[in-house]
Ligand binder design. Sequence first.
Ligand code: PEP
Ligand code: MG
Length: 758
Amino acid sequence: MLNILRVIVQKVNAAKTLQAALEIIVHEVRVAMKTEVCSVFLFDSDENCYTLMASEGLNQSAIGTKLLRSEGLVGQVGLREEPINLQDAGSHPKYRYLKESGEERFHAFLGVPIIHHRAILGVLVVQQQEVRFFDETEESFLVTMSAQLAAVIAHAEASGSLARQEAGRATKDTRFVGVAGAPGVAIGEAVVLSPPAYLSAVPDRPADDIKRELKQLGRALKAVRKEMKATAKKLAPSLPPEEIALFDVYRGMLDDNAIGAEVRAIIEQGQWAQGALRQVIEEHVKNFEVMEDSYLRERASDIRDLGRRVLSHLQQQNQTKEVVYPDSCVLISEELTPAMLGEVPRDKLVGLVSVKGSGNSHVAILARAMGVPTVMGAVDLPFTRINGMELIIDGNLGRVYPSPSVELRKYYQEVVDQEREFVAGLDVLRDKPCITTDETRVALWVNTGLMTDVARSLDRGAEGVGLYRTEVPFMIRERFPSEKEQQEIYREQLKAFAPFPVTMRTLDIGGDKELSYFPIKEDNPFLGWRGIRVTLDHPEIFLVQVRAMIKASVGLNNLRIMLPMVCSVAEVEEALHLIHRAHGEVVSEGMDVKLPPVGVMIEVPAAVYLVREFSRRVDFLSVGTNDLTQYLLAVDRNNPRVAELYHSMHPAVLAALRSIVRDARAEGAAVSVCGEMAGDPAAAVLLVAMGYEVLSMNATNLPRIKWVLRNISAQWAKGLLEAVVTMDNASVIQSTMELAMRKAGLGKVMANPRTSED
Ligand code: PEP
Ligand code: MG
């Protein structure tokens, strides 16, 4: 069964249009199940009805027939969201005869829902003349088929609506739903970026100069053929002749009569070489993947590798060409990386979209710090096809609208203008203290990583740095920075903020933060070798970093060192020992510098229960709500599929936050919050009510939070906290907070109310 399923899914995947995909489905399922009829109905949520899209076995004149949402057995399958298996459909009270279909001959009926991301996409039906129930194996085959096809259909639907939008045939704006990444709205031109030699992320793009593209292709093919020849020669003594012969086959595939000719033909139609190469290689890969013979199937990865090699040469040739970015550039990638954020000059970058990742992925955190509206996890966006298109991205709600209508554009332009006006009005708060109307003083610090954060933070009146993510300068380099280089980078931060404190976190790599030159490949990276675990295993990296920090602070004395991901007292003690050692080494080099305060992050559940023990050993604690939420709720912060379950206002997270502040206070320890929650207006109100006196956030959010806190009383916040801690549902807590904020006249800092209704 698995093999049949795999082959069908591959064939459907290879279809060029939604209609072709549906026709393949009904044909293949009918053959595989040996039934007389297989049909697929798709649901249209705007018209609230199902349409018979494809069928084998029913009269073709019935294609296009519509059924209301609750009409017929199909409607029942959709409403109940479970299979209906009947031996005689006609005798069921909900049976509704499909005119012209000829279905009166068929008695046995099995319908299963097609569900994608909890939404009903359609219903898959098989029918037979015989009066009988479909057996368990048949039912489970159809259920499995439908589950596997759901994502394929969703993608094909998305591409289809995009094509209609492009052709100006769409009746309404096409919307792709993702996850809110960084707030704000942007209107601009899509520029799709692909990581080096990553074929499937290469966008379609018209060729500027067909002749030049053809020439580049010729050069790339020649270079790869040469490489193949050299590799074959090198391996000849150690491989059997039939394996070596494969290299000749691959070389042959790249010559002018085979793959080379196919790519050329597509370039001649106006596509750039990289896009043409992707199209041809993908086609070949798909053909190999559906082969029955497992040996031949494996060859798909060889073809992919060939394609990657050619692509790498094409990209090298293009490197010399200066890329000209549009003035309002919306950068799009299958997986945005921190390094990509630096590709486009800041004054041209208006928005970001990542197909993978979620709202608390580190790249989204950086985007928020830069103040660039961002949508993450737009999983159905056909990103290879939208290069050059005009786009609206709504970072408040996580939506992308390609080729928007005039009305939608006008509406969003107003949102952009209002937001700009509101932010400009906050400038006056820069030198005012953050104090509630009943005199509770809250210190607002910033989270930094990039050097550009410094100027923006000081501009916005930050009173310190609560989290300097030192891994960021590591991530944008191609090797570990030396002690001297690190010292310079850290000195710049410390100097810029002095005399305010700067909390430098020791290297926190692993999880979704990868160093290209220190790859960590794990099945479960967020539960793996991360943060302090890596640096305690590599004291040479840790000591160099801490020494660099301490040396950088000579004469400034505003450094604080913070340890990420600690789970045990032993880790803290080991790290403290190394920090004392590094300090001793710096002093013995003749420098006059104090041992800086050392703190730990509370970001894993174990640490919540160790707050009192930690408080006795370190100088301060800081709560990392991003990871704390992820680990308490067992929801990967990076996975768009579970993004809706990631909720920092979950009752369990709120209970943990209250317990941390209570235990820290009992020990007289200073405790702050440096996760993204601190920069969320409604959450910041709750944190102040709990007793947190230092909130550290990105520079973009700081003025908004100051504005909110200066407009409320701590008493009011405490009342709200008392009310929400009795609630047992995160969404209810969220909406209660939103409503209370709006009623208190603080609605301007929340996501635009009109957009959140659509
Ligand atoms: C956190 O986990 O809340 C935090 C501040 O650290 P990071 O987001 O860098 O993991
Ligand atoms: Mg963290």
